[in-house]
Write a protein that binds this ligand. Structure first.
Ligand SMILES: C[S@@+](CC[C@H](N)C(=O)[O-])C[C@H]1O[C@@H](n2cnc3c(N)ncnc32)[C@H](O)[C@@H]1O
Length: 232
């Protein structure tokens, strides 16, 4: 079952998922969580994948970057390193709790060129804003039931010739499809689902059809993919 947008908002707004949460757990929960982390860490290195996607985006100094579902701002440092203090980032997320963590990092690092917007990305309005050079969304689209509206919003906010980068969990195929239920189970506390991971495949197919793909990469035996493309 694909969680609704309201479920996902509650998950990230009130009961933050385990990786973003410091709440004390009972012993059985700790054991289960440790086991899941072992499986997860064997399957994925999300940080390396995010850096690869950021590198593939071909960011330049001074770029204006839009980050959908920015969460705690995990990717801000790597993006900022490439665009410099003269560039800027707009991070959008509908969870005040996740944004509070992002804000804490921004203040701690003294970054003055990052703005946060608390909003649903499926309703993002690019009208009235200068076009962005690059639009990013990692680990967001697969948990958005109306991913097509979110993707349309990201695409329309980017200038022609600009970059569009998406990284997310997807259903994999062939014998590796045996992993799909495991990945869906493992990511359930984060809003993951088989439906959502199927949506990501559709999204990547749409990127291949409508955009000029410049780089793709996979991890977790094909259950994670990133795609960096240029808007024609
Ligand atoms: C798994 S976290 C990923 C955060 C970050 N991109 C990362 O890789 O660490 C997913 C984030 O998407 C946000 N999100 C999910 N659906 C959203 C929506 N419709 N509008 C805005 N944010 C959304 C959640 O609040 C959460 O912060």
């Amino acid at each position: 079952m694909h969680p609704s947008a309201a479920n996902v908002k509650q998950l990230y707004g009130e009961t933050l998922p385990p990786a973003y949460d410091d709440r004390p757990l009972s012993f059985p929960h700790r054991v289960l969580r440790a086991a899941k982390m072992v499986v997860g860490n064997r399957l994925y290195d999300f940080h390396t994948q995010a850096i690869r996607a950021i590198e593939a985006a071909g960011l330049a100094r001074g770029d204006r970057v839009l980050v959908f579902c920015c969460g705690t701002g995990r990717e801000f440092a790597a993006i900022r390193e490439r665009i410099g203090a003269e560039g800027s980032i707009l991070g959008v997320d509908f969870s005040a709790a996740m944004l509070a963590r992002a804000r804490y990092s921004i203040e701690r690092e003294g970054w003055t060129n990052i703005t946060l917007l608390e909003a649903d990305v499926t309703e993002f309005e690019s009208a009235g804003r200068a076009p962005f050079d690059v639009g990013f969304c990692t680990l967001g689209m697969s948990i958005i039931p109306d991913w097509a509206a979110a993707f349309d919003g990201l695409l329309s906010a980017v200038r022609p010739g600009g970059g569009v980068v998406v990284g997310d969990l997807q259903l994999t195929t062939g014998v590796r499809a045996l992993l799909n239920p495991l990945v869906s189970w493992w990511t359930r506390p984060y809003g993951g689902s088989l439906r959502g991971h199927a949506n990501t495949r559709e999204l990547f197919a749409r990127m291949e059809r409508e955009l000029d793909v410049v780089a793709t990469g996979e991890d977790g035996h094909g259950t994670y993919r990133f795609c960096a493309a240029r808007k024609p």
